[in-house]
Write a protein that binds this ligand. Structure first.
Ligand code: SF4
Length: 338
């Protein structure tokens, strides 16, 4: 593993045993997150982006099977750690924020207690020290009168304030990696922008690497330096933000970008579904998962899965159009693309 990478994932596969059969939710993906990097993982619902992060955190239900060639975080192989060791990492080295803070916050405990808990467990702080730090954290995430707010319960906070409190909890132990799973989806547009700005501020202040999982390319555009595009349990494209937005290689990425452009106005930033539906991961396609929806699909696309082709050090995509013999077809994407 490169010393520069905080998280290094190689060939991750996650499946679920259900009453209807085995669902292959993540089907062999590799990516990394550097120290202090802000990476976006984007794709439609069911593409495997949340399952990927929950697999890394070993937070999936008992019917899940997680396999990988390697899964290194900060020099440790997560696959070899015991449940107890993994629990130590949660909330200390890796912080998490989810879409709906109400499902993550415990309604029976005050906000203060919920910030103080990880400080007492992971940082071995006394109650007094933890309370002081908790007030500091609430202040840092922009909650006024933090001393009084500590004694309030989640239902006394607005949606935006609850998400700020979640950020305070996630950041209080100074994690190396923050995983944010659709953190702004449940909030209105103005609050979304404020929460995103706060996350970027936190990243700058603490140099915390951040993995932002979202279906919203608009969110990615303003925050992430690198983007992973997922579809059908696979990575379709990885590149620097400017590669993805200005030089997309994959027809799926291109479809997502065009959808945003067409949407405009109020809908800007939301994914307008590309015609057709994602593949059934109980019977995943043998070839490229995007075949049924792709205007460039060729016979080989349904027959064999394309491997990733690098066009530069940081930019790759898994598409047969990048094969040397398909160069004529590629110029078609460029013409129809952005
Ligand atoms: Fe389309 Fe084929 Fe490329 Fe898949 S591999 S995106 S089906 S052209």
């Amino acid at each position: 593993m490169s010393d520069e990478q905080l998280l290094d994932v190689k060939n991750l596969r996650t499946s679920f045993l259900t009453s209807g059969g085995v669902v292959s939710a993540v089907r062999g993906i590799s990516f990394s997150v550097g120290h202090g990097e802000f990476i976006g993982i984007v794709g439609e619902s069911g593409c495997g982006k949340s399952v990927t992060m929950l697999s890394i955190m070993r937070l999936l239900a008992g019917n899940a099977s997680v396999k990988a060639d390697s899964l290194f975080f900060d020099g440790r192989d997560l696959l070899k750690l015991s449940s107890k060791e993994i629990r130590k990492i949660h909330g200390s080295d890796i912080g998490m924020i989810f879409q709906d803070p109400m499902t993550s916050l415990d309604p029976l405990y005050t906000i203060g207690d919920q910030i103080m808990e990880p400080l007492k467990i992971h940082k071995k702080m006394t109650r007094r020290e933890a309370r002081r730090k908790a007030a500091e954290m609430l202040d840092m995430v922009g909650i006024s009168s933090p001393g009084q707010r500590l004694d309030q319960y989640p239902h006394e906070f607005s949606g935006g304030m609850r998400q700020r409190a979640m950020i305070a909890i996630a950041m209080c132990c100074d994690p190396k990696l923050l995983i944010a799973d659709e953190p702004t989806t449940a909030l209105d547009v103005t609050i979304q922008a404020q929460i995103l700005e706060l996350m970027m501020e936190m990243k700058k202040k603490f140099s915390t690497a951040t993995a932002l999982i979202t279906h919203d390319l608009g969110v990615i555009a303003s925050s992430c330096s690198r983007v992973v595009v997922m579809y059908g349990g696979l990575i379709m494209e990885i590149g620097l933000s400017e590669d993805i937005f200005y030089r997309p290689l994959h027809p799926y990425t291109n479809g997502l970008l065009n959808s945003i452009t067409r949407a405009g106005g109020k809908e800007r930033g939301k994914l307008i579904p590309i015609p057709g539906s994602p593949p059934d991961l109980m019977n995943p396609p043998v070839g490229c998962p995007f075949t049924a929806r792709c205007e460039y699909a060729m016979r080989i696309c349904a027959e064999a899965r394309p491997s990733s082709t690098y066009v530069s050090e940081n930019h790759s995509a898994a598409c047969w159009l990048l094969h040397a013999k398909a160069s004529g077809m590629r110029s078609g994407i460029a013409r129809h693309g952005r």
